[in-house]
Design a protein around this ligand. Structure first.
Ligand code: FES
Length: 358
């Protein structure tokens, strides 16, 4: 009898201990998911005065989540004395089983995350990030010729695509058109030159708008003639550039008759110039004011609306809201949108707006 009671008490005790450990494990898991992947900077180097290259590994030497070439990482920043900040950065290198992530970050004059990283992200610094995401990806079924068109730091997801192509060539040819002002603005230029020298199926063409010292064939801007010379009847086009270059490239591709379903794009975040006009914006029933801010998102954030926003460039979709009223698009959104939805980071009002959760 005593032995039975002892046995039951032991079983009950073990059950309680098990439940406590299970609860603690669930709490730890939830905290970890909220805080993101624990990473550490293993390498930080300025490629030029505005471009910071980072290598990150898992803090406990674990393998990192796999990703598709073209996807981005959302870094979670905690600047001292300021609100936490989140920003998306495209992964600049690709491998099928990653132990390391590479990012290339452009310092923006008023960019909270890029300025925080400039001072914080030295070798050994801890960082948190959400796992890779994004729709701008290279797929196996894409065509026999890839035309990659990059502007400035927009080369990062396209470099990942190049790595994926090198590891799984599929008989494809690749052309990289890379636009910048001077040779110094082109990240990874030497690597692309070396690859073009090694592989006849890779064509590399820099487009330098303000560098008269470089070879004549690399000088110039993107125009219809240059684009036409790179296109084949089956080209699949991937563009990552500033909003302005992206608009220009899309217009040229439409003139050349490239079907929209073969054009994939993403704008990288740039500081938009001020907008214009003054309008009332109703957000969840409350009136707010738009007064010439660069984007609707900027106007709402200034007035304390905590609308999620990870990329400020129209591709993560986190600032998606339902909208009644007319807007002017300042960045071509690449995140998918349903009817009556907008991305607040990409547009400004053209009149009174009524917004709500999407
Ligand atoms: S913040 Fe990413 S789409 Fe607007």
């Amino acid at each position: 009898m005593l032995i039975t009671l002892l046995g039951l008490a032991t079983a009950a005790l073990l059950t309680v201990i098990g439940l406590i450990f299970h609860g603690l494990w669930l709490i730890a898991l939830a905290r970890r998911q909220r805080r993101g992947l624990p990473l550490v900077v293993t390498h930080a180097r300025w490629l030029n005065p505005n471009l910071l290259r980072l290598h990150l590994r898992h803090r406990y030497f674990l393998p990192l989540p796999r990703f598709a070439a073209g996807q981005y990482l959302t870094l979670l920043g905690t600047p001292a004395g300021a609100r936490p900040v989140r920003r998306c950065y495209s992964l600049a290198a690709w491998t099928a089983w990653p132990w390391r992530y590479e990012l290339c970050i452009k310092r923006e004059e008023h960019g909270r995350m890029s300025n925080w990283l400039s001072s914080h992200a030295c070798a050994g610094a801890p960082l948190y990030a959400l796992p890779p995401r994004g729709h701008f990806i290279l797929r196996d079924q894409h065509g026999p010729h890839l035309l990659l068109l990059a502007g400035g730091v927009g080369v990062t997801p396209l470099r990942s695509m190049l790595h994926a192509w090198q590891q799984r060539p599929n008989g494809r040819r690749v052309t990289l058109l890379y636009a910048g002002r001077t040779l110094n603005d082109l990240a990874y230029h030497d690597e692309f030159v070396a690859l073009a020298n090694q592989r006849p199926d890779f064509d590399y063409q820099p487009l330098l708008s303000q560098d008269p010292t470089t070879v004549a064939i690399w000088q110039g801007r993107l125009d219809g003639t240059r684009l036409h010379a790179c296109l084949t009847p089956h080209s699949e086009v991937f563009i990552c550039a500033s909003a302005q270059l992206l608009q220009h490239a899309l217009a040229l591709l439409a003139q050349q008759g490239v079907p929209a379903e073969r054009v994939h794009y993403e704008a990288f975040t740039t500081e938009l110039a001020a907008g214009s006009g003054e309008h009332v914006v109703h957000w969840q029933g409350q009136p707010f004011h738009y007064q010439g801010q660069p984007s609707l998102l900027a106007a709402l954030r200034e007035q304390g609306v905590d609308l999620a926003a990870d990329c400020w460039g129209g591709h993560c979709g986190s600032c998606r809201v339902r909208c009644q009223g007319e807007v002017e698009w300042r960045i071509q959104p690449s995140a998918p949108l349903a009817e009556a939805e907008i991305l607040a980071c990409c547009c400004i009002p053209r009149g009174a707006l009524r917004l709500g959760d999407s």
